[in-house]
Design a protein around this ligand. Sequence first.
Ligand code: CUA
Length: 340
Amino acid sequence: MGQSLPPLLPPQASTVAVEVDALYALLVSITAFFTILVVGLFLYFGLKYRRKSESERPIQVHPPAWLEIAWSVVPLLICVVLFTWGVRLYFTIYTPPKDAITVHVVGKRWMWKIQHMSGAREINELHVPVNTPVRMLITSEDVIHAFSLPAFRVKRDAIPGTMTDTWFNATKVGQYHIFCAEYCGTKHSGMIGTVYVMEKDAYQKWLAGPNAGLPPAVQGEKLFTELNCISCHRNGPTQRGPALEGLYGTTVALKGGGSVTADDAYIRESIVNPTAKVVDGYEPLMPVYLSQLSEEQINALMTYVRETLGKAERPKDATPAPAAATAAEPAKDAKATKGR
Ligand code: CUA
C-alpha cells in the first residue's frame, strides 16, 4: 500500500464532536442493519418460496398478533431514542453558555469578515483560545451563506437582515477548515478559511497584535452619539424611546400585546427595522436605519447595547411611557399608556 486513504470524518476538535459522531454512527448502523436484513430476507425468501410448478397456488398466511405489534413497537422505540438524543444535542449546540466569549461573523461574497470584542479583526481567519466557549453571532451583507466548521461539528446559516448564533468549545490546539456551506455564487467554493485554535496566552498576545482595532463596543458608543440615538434613548425629559440600560436579556412587553426577549436578533431588528416590534407604551417614531448603516456599524451598535448598556443598571422607571412621547399624542393615547 502506497499512500493511506483520506480520513472518513474531519478531526474531532470540539466538545460536541464525539457525541455528534456517536449519534451519526448509531443512525448509520441502524440503517445498515435493516438494509441488510430486508435485502437478505428478500433474496432468501425469493429462492426458498419461488414458484416450483405452473399449478402451484400460494396459501394465504396471517401473521400472529405479537409479530404485528413488534414491528410497530420496535421502530417506534428506535425513533424515540434517536429523536430524544437528537433534540438534546441540538439544544446543546444551539444554546451558547453564559460565559462564552463573543465573535461577530459577517458573510460577504466571497469572504468571511470576523471581529473580536477586543477590536481585533480578520478576514477568512478565526483565532480562538482552546478550551473556551466561543459564541459566534452570524449575519450576511448580501445573500445567504452558511458558516461551517466541520472539525467542531458546527454550521449555521448567515442570513442577510437577521442574526443567527451558534457556539463551540475547541478542545485541541491546531488549524481547522472554515467553509461556506450554502451555494452563494460563482466563487462559493473559494469562500473558505482557517480556524486557529491557540493556547490562551498566545491568543491574548494575538489579540493585541497587528490585527487590533477599536473595540466594537467603543465604536458603537461613538455611533450612538453621532447618530443621535442618545437624545431619545437617554432617561430624562427628552426621552421618547425605551431606556436601553440593562435591557439585554430581559423580557419586553410589546405594543398590541405579546412580548419578546431582548436578545441579539431582537436588538438588531430594532435598529434596522424599528417598527417591527414596538415596545408597549411607546410610539413608532424611530427612523429606519437599514440602508444607512454597514453590517459592521450595526454590529458595533448591537455590541454597545449588549456589552456596555447591557451591564448598566436598569432605570427604575424604564417601562412607563415618558411624558415627551405622550405629550404630542391625543389625550386618549396618553391615558392608555399611563401607569404601565
Ligand atoms: Cu458563501 Cu457559499
